[in-house]
Design a protein around this ligand. Structure first.
Ligand code: HEM
Length: 134
């Protein structure tokens, strides 16, 4: 892909009109202007990601292979290698917020152990009491 068009951070930000709406997914840039009206998930969710790195938003939804093949038809070019989005401090704040998400997920998985254990405990307590009374 040596002849791929390179889109800079500024280019990504500048193409934010109805005619050319660029989103960044996995270091590739896509023009979604023709697609947003047809998006099954609605235009707002994509509009919220234009000019930004939409990789997480796109992957979190668990888009189908069909969605990925549509994506290919919208391809514009590659995002500049050390694009500001990856290195600028502005990006750090979003990565620290994703750290918060990771922590929440870890806490969530602790709960995943706790809840079945609590239910098991409740079950044995119930068995203990009900066997005593019968
Ligand atoms: C620009 C690239 C995108 C393409 C080509 C695309 C394509 C699609 C397609 C084809 C579907 C139907 C279900 C499927 O096949 O997976 C879908 C659903 C959906 N998309 Fe996207 N999408 C894009 C970006 C996004 C972004 C950035 C978000 C942000 C959160 C998003 C949120 C959703 C949601 C929530 C649904 C589920 C809608 C529902 O089932 O009610 N999509 N998308």
């Amino acid at each position: 892909m040596s002849d791929a068009k390179i889109i800079t951070y500024e280019g990504l930000k500048a193409n934010n009109t109805k005619e050319s709406l660029y989103v960044l997914i996995s270091q590739k840039v896509y023009n979604v202007s023709q697609f947003i009206d047809e998006h099954p998930g609605g235009d707002e969710v994509i509009l919220a990601e234009t000019g930004k790195d939409a990789t997480e938003a796109f992957e979190d939804v668990g888009h189908s292979d069909e969605a990925r093949s549509i994506l290919k038809t919208l391809y514009i070019g590659e995002f500049e290698k050390d694009g500001v989005l990856k290195t600028k401090s502005g990006y750090d704040s979003s990565s620290s917020s994703s750290h918060a998400v990771n922590t929440a997920v870890q806490q969530g998985s602790n709960m995943m152990y706790f809840v079945p254990l609590a239910m098991l405990g409740a079950y044995f307590a119930w068995r203990y009491y009900s066997s005593g009374s019968v």
